[in-house]
Design a protein around this ligand. Structure first.
Ligand SMILES: *[C@@H]1O[C@H](CO)[C@@H](O)[C@H](O)[C@H]1NC(C)=O
Ligand SMILES: *[C@@H]1O[C@H](CO)[C@@H](O)[C@H](O)[C@H]1NC(C)=O
Ligand SMILES: *[C@@H]1O[C@H](CO)[C@@H](O)[C@H](O)[C@H]1NC(C)=O
Ligand SMILES: *[C@@H]1O[C@H](CO)[C@@H](O)[C@H](O)[C@H]1NC(C)=O
Ligand SMILES: *[C@@H]1O[C@H](CO)[C@@H](O)[C@H](O)[C@H]1NC(C)=O
Length: 155
């Protein structure tokens, strides 16, 4: 599970500077790593009728949460269509509520990767729990890994 190192360094720094003095043992934040891949077709899937689809590279993938659909984090897919976002939430927001109110939005039109595909509408997916990992000295960081359920084209 390749964590986004730059974001992680930033978060580690954040914790070291801001959170650590507040509470040494318990950091009042929840770290969520969102990872997955997007392919260049109407469902963003790897296979279309059993045939491999090209990846959707250089696409903007936003994590949006809550009734206001706020952009909480974003990432750009790499040449293989892989994205990896790190998001920081207050610890008192339950994982269940995050999973039910957050979505992944690919905010780049499909026509960007294949001109015969629609330029209107965006791929969107709910998110699901994948696993928990602990990282860092004394396992100071607990990170919850989540990923897309499956993309569909929405208006
Ligand atoms: C997308 O998914 C729908 C519903 O599952 C299916 O009917 C359609 O063939 C799929 N299209 C592609 C391009 O995979
Ligand atoms: C979480 O804590 C913050 C600050 O203490 C508070 O403003 C917020 O209402 C709390 N949210 C929930 C869901 O408990
Ligand atoms: C582009 O999309 C069309 C469907 O709109 C598909 O038939 C074609 O194979 C795609 N081209 C590539 C290079 O994937
Ligand atoms: C993963 O971590 C979250 C947040 O700490 C927790 O709510 C959840 O129960 C954990 N799930 C598993 C399967 O360990
Ligand atoms: C991380 O999770 C482990 C159990 O998986 C727990 O013992 C530990 O207290 C947690 N650490 C933090 C900083 O929440």
């Amino acid at each position: 599970m390749a964590l986004n190192l730059k974001s992680l360094l930033f978060v580690s720094l954040f914790i070291a500077l801001v959170a650590a003095p507040i509470a040494e043992a318990t950091v009042p934040i929840r770290l969520i790593q969102i990872q997955g891949s997007v392919f260049c077709n109407l469902n963003g899937t790897m296979l279309v009728n059993g045939i491999a689809s090209p990846p959707f590279s250089n696409a903007l993938v936003q994590l949006r949460c809550g009734p206001a659909n706020l952009i909480v984090s974003f990432a750009i897919t790499d040449r293989d269509g892989v994205f990896s976002n790190l998001a920081v939430f207050p610890r008192n927001l339950s994982l269940t509520s995050l999973l039910s109110t957050c979505n992944l939005l690919v905010n780049t039109p499909l026509s960007r990767c294949n001109s015969t595909l629609p330029s209107v509408g965006r791929l969107r997916s709910p998110i699901r729990f994948i696993g928990n990992v602990t990282l860092g000295l004394n396992n100071i960081l607990n990170v919850t890994i989540v990923g897309p359920v499956g993309f569909t084209l929405v208006a």
